[in-house]
Design a binder for this molecule. Structure first.
Ligand SMILES: O=C(O)c1cc(=O)[nH]c(=O)n1[C@@H]1O[C@H](COP(=O)(O)O)[C@@H](O)[C@H]1O
Length: 224
C-alpha cells in the first residue's frame, strides 16, 4: 500500500518549503499546498514543489458562486494537482460545476466541518445538531454532487465510510499520541484515522515543527 500521509507545507518561505519537502520525501506519499503557500507563491511555487516528484494536493478550499469556482478550477488545470478542495457548504451546483471543470485526473473533495471547530463553534454559526450529524449530511450532498470524497475529522470518518463505500476520505487534525494539539479540536492519531477508513492522512506541524522532520515522518509511518 502506498504511504497515505500528505505533509502540509504550511510555510511562507518557498526555499524552506522546498527544503522540508526534500527532507521528508521518502517518508510521505505527497505534499499539501494550502492558502498560505498559494497566496505567497502562486503557480510558480507549485511548479517548484512539483519538481520534487511527489503528488500535489492543492488545498484552496474554494467557496463562491458556481461560475467563479469553475473558473478557478480551470485556471489550475495546468498545475495537474492530484487533489483539490472546495467547501461543501458552497452547495450542490457549486460542487457539480467544480467537478465538471476539474482536470481529468484530479480528485475534488469537499471540506465538511473544519477540524478546528467543535459543537459550540458550530452552534455560534447557526448550525444545530452534532458535528457528526453535520458531517454526514454534507458528505451525502458531496456524493450526490458527484465529488470524489470529503475532508472530515477522524471522529467522523468511520461513519462516513460506512455510508459512502467508494468515497475518498481526507483526514486532517491528526496528532501522534502525546503531541501538542494547537488550534485543532477534533483530533485522533494517524493510525486511528487509517483504521477507520481514511484514504489520505494530512499532517503538518507534528512533522514540520519537529527537530528532525524526516525522523518524525518515519516514526509516524512506522505506526501505520
Ligand atoms: O482541508 C484541509 O486540509 C484541512 C481541513 C480541516 O478541517 N482541518 C485542517 O487542519 N486542514 C488542514 O490540514 C493541515 C493541518 O495541519 P496541522 O494541524 O499542522 O497538522 C492544515 O494545512 C490545515 O489547513
Amino acid at each position: 500500500m502506498s504511504n497515505p500521509v500528505y505533509l502540509a507545507l504550511d510555510l511562507p518561505q518557498l526555499d524552506a518549503a522546498k527544503a522540508l519537502a526534500q527532507k521528508v520525501k521518502g517518508h510521505v506519499g505527497g505534499v499539501k499546498l494550502g492558502l498560505e503557500f498559494f497566496c505567497a507563491h502562486g503557480h510558480h511555487g507549485v511548479h517548484e514543489i512539483a519538481h520534487l516528484g511527489l503528488p500535489i494536493f492543492l488545498d484552496l478550499k474554494l467557496h463562491d458562486i458556481p461560475n467563479t469556482v469553475a473558473g478557478a478550477m480551470q485556471a489550475i488545470h495546468v498545475l495537474e494537482p492530484a487533489i483539490v478542495t472546495v467547501h461543501a457548504s458552497g452547495g450542490r451546483a457549486m460542487m457539480e460545476d467544480a467537478k465538471a471543470a476539474a482536470g481529468e485526473h484530479c480528485k475534488v473533495v469537499a471540506v465538511t466541518m473544519l477540524t478546528s471547530l467543535d459543537e459550540r463553534d458550530m452552534a455560534r454559526t447557526g448550525i444545530t445538531g452534532t458535528p457528526h450529524e453535520h458531517v454526514l449530511r454534507l458528505a451525502e450532498l458531496a456524493e450526490a454532487s458527484g465529488l470524489d470524497g470529503i475532508v472530515c475529522s477522524g471522529h467522523e470518518v468511520k461513519s462516513v465510510h460506512d455510508q459512502w463505500k467508494d468515497g475518498y476520505f481526507v483526514v486532517p487534525g491528526l496528532r501522534p499520541a502525546g503531541a501538542s494539539v494547537g488550534d485543532q479540536k477534533r483530533v485522533v492519531t494517524p493510525r486511528h484515522a487509517r483504521d477507520d477508513g481514511a484514504s489520505v492522512l494530512v499532517i503538518g506541524r507534528p512533522i514540520s515543527r519537529a527537530d528532525d522532520p524526516a525522523q518524525a515522518a518515519r516514526d509516524i509511518e512506522a505506526t501505520l
